[in-house]
Design a protein around this ligand. Structure first.
Ligand code: ATP
Ligand code: MG
Length: 594
């Protein structure tokens, strides 16, 4: 096993990658296998992207594999809708980057213990993702987990406890004083086997009994005070149906799922540090034949102005603060995708901030810069006017067209160009005109001159108003000799503004987004619903240059001077003539910086 030599430097480094490198140097594992294990109780968010890119990144750099596993041990909160969304989001985020490392298994298959000479079986050989394959489900291991529980009971390391959930909690004690042994702790193995089997058979109601590990009620680590392994839940499961009425707890299922899949490095966030002794206890107590996985913890991503908790994001959806999980204002991967943010920008961001052992708050500007950098390099420049005001070039004839040359992306090595037509009537941005200009106003003002981008300099002659005093149009003179290639092309004016031809433009719905919260740490508020930004969405009817009628879903545009834009997924198809819908992905500059 070796590091992938085809991956160009710089390859990220951090304390977890150092551990992996040490394990490789010591030939500790035949192959590096990581996993990303979301619980399907909501949609993935930008915090999960950090974990995905870390786990897939390590697999990719070391010619390894990363399994997508649904950690689906709690049927009450889980749903197949979330399973499907998680699969789509992970595939999108790693596409073209690490999808070759994504571990899949034959559909419906469950683990076969020690199948090949005590070595892990097919889990180490990814099958190509296809209709006959699927990601991993912890619930596929329920049979094995049940067998392992029987083993623990036989070894005298697990017992059936009849304490109510409330009493179990009371007996546990607190970090500063020891717990108390359950009166059921001394049950015989035979009694425990009998009761556990009857729990499985559905003889007892929810909460009547549980299966607990027998460890140490006086341990300073509260997670070692006879933690629960199984509880009774008469609830159908989205993946296993009505087969089970006892469900394993997360901590018990997680380490064993890792083991069954041949995971080498089980990477999770810091809140699991105290759970690690229990993770190791289970694996070591069972005397398992293969190499054991090890757990490593890193700091979560916390991002300014953003919630990173599925539970809280669900609240935003349920309380209709946003329209859906994939509302472009949501920090979900589906929301960010719909907003037009490229997967590569998210990967760049979460990799760039690094992996540490200390919790911190990352400024939203760091994320926004990553998005701008990516889009600046790739987006096609176009002209569009969001809040139009009509401008008449009085010295052009009604049917006159002046062909102008516009650059598609000046960042390209060999930029291509297109034509835009200047006509007698055009639209400019209403904000680019001031009847009573403030000091140092370099856009259009009475008697003033500006350059129309890619065209020529114009001079404002007259402001036309209707009876109510509302401005209806601006009358200007165009100096066509100031166009590129014309004698006065180098004449300088201080302002340049964007425009579109009134007779040659399309109308489009454009959705302008702002931060969803007014404060940097919404999660730290008593009620984050009280700090929702009421102006996070503005919808306008924009005038866009006609070439945008052919926009495709994957296209990324910079509307000059306005920001980066992409088609919304609900937009009608290009070419149908129906009004397109664009989302503003991000403005050109940080408008909050002031
Ligand atoms: P949430 O509170 O949003 O439900 P979670 O940690 O409970 O988050 P899981 O579905 O268990 O959600 O997460 C799957 C993986 O993603 C876990 O390994 C978890 O540690 C990791 N993860 C979750 N949130 C973050 C985050 N903000 N930053 C980095 N990793 C995260
Ligand atoms: Mg969780």
């Amino acid at each position: 096993m070796s590091v992938d030599p085809t991956i160009p430097a710089p390859v990220p480094t951090d304390f977890i990658r150092d551990i992996v490198a040490t394990d490789i140097a010591a030939s500790r594992y035949p192959k590096i296998v990581t996993r990303f294990p979301p619980e399907p109780n909501g949609y993935l968010h930008i915090g999960h992207a950090k974990s995905i890119c870390l786990n897939f990144g390590i697999a990719r750099e070391n010619l390894g594999q990363c399994n997508l596993r649904m950690d689906d041990t709690n049927p009450a909160k889980e749903d197949i809708e979330y399973v499907d969304a998680i699969i789509a989001d992970v595939k999108w985020l790693v596409a073209g980057w690490a999808d070759h490392c994504l571990g899949f298994k034959p559909k419906g298959a469950t683990a076969t213990l020690g199948a090949v000479n005590g070595q892990p079986d097919y889990y180490l050989a990814p099958v190509p993702p296809s209709i006959s394959s699927e990601p991993f489900f912890a619930s596929d291991y329920f049979d094995q987990l049940y067998d392992y529980a029987i083993t623990l009971i036989r070894k005298g390391q697990a017992y059936v406890c009849d304490l109510s959930p409330e009493d179990t909690e009371k007996y546990r004690g607190a970090p500063d004083h020891p717990g108390k042994d359950s009166p059921f702790r001394t049950r015989t193995v035979a009694d425990n086997l009998n009761l556990f089997e009857r729990m499985k058979a559905g003889e007892f109601p929810n909460g009547a009994r549980s299966l607990r590990a027998k460890i140490d009620m006086a341990s300073p680590n509260i997670w070692l005070r006879d933690p629960l392994l199984y509880r009774i839940r008469h609830t159908a499961h989205h993946h296993t149906g009505a087969k089970w009425c006892i469900y394993p707890l997360y901590d018990y299922a997680h380490c064993l799922s890792d083991y069954l899949e041949g995971i080498t490095h089980s990477i999770c966030t810091l809140e699991f540090v105290d759970h690690r002794p229990f993770y190791d206890w289970i694996l070591e107590s069972l005397g398992l034949p293969r190499a054991l996985p090890h757990q490593y913890e890193f700091a979560k991503l916390n991002l300014g102005y953003t919630l990173v908790s599925k539970r809280k994001l669900l609240q935003l959806v349920n309380e209709k603060v946003v329209n859906s999980w994939d509302d472009p204002r949501m920090p979900t991967l589906s929301g960010l995708r719909r907003r037009g943010i490229p997967a590569s920008a998210i990967r760049q961001f979460v990799t760039g901030i690094g992996v540490t052992k200390f919790d911190s708050l990352t400024e939203i500007a760091v994320f926004e810069n990553a998005v701008r950098q990516e889009l600046n390099a790739t987006a096609q420049r176009r002209l569009g006017v969001l809040k139009p005001i009509k401008l008449v070039l009085s010295n052009l004839a009604d049917d006159e067209t002046v062909e102008c040359t516009a650059t598609n992306n000046p960042q390209d090595e060999n930029p291509t160009v297109r034509s835009v037509m200047l006509t007698r009537e055009i639209f400019i941005e209403s904000e680019d005109f001031a009847e009573v200009p403030p000091p140092k106003y370099f856009r259009l003002k009475p008697g003033g001159e500006v350059r129309l981008k890619y065209a020529c300099i114009i001079k404002l002659d007259e402001i036309v108003k209707d009876a109510s005093g509302t401005i209806t149009e601006l009358r200007c003179t165009a100096d066509l000799t100031t166009r590129s290639g014309q004698p006065n092309s180098d004449k300088k004016v201080k302002g340049t503004i964007h425009w579109v031809s009134a007779s040659r433009c399309i109308d489009a719905e454009v959705r302008l987004y702002d931060r969803l919260f007014n404060v940097a740490e919404p999660a730290a508020q008593d009620d984050f619903l009280k700090v929702v930004n009421p102006n996070s969405l503005e919808v306008v009817t924009a005038k866009l240059e006609p070439s945008l009628a052919n926009a495709k879903a994957d296209d990324r545009f910079q509307f000059e001077r306005l920001g980066y834009f992409a088609l919304d997924k609900d937009s009608p198809e290009a070419g149908t003539g129906a009004r397109l819908i664009f989302n503003r992905t991000i403005t050109l500059r940080d408008t909050w910086a002031k």
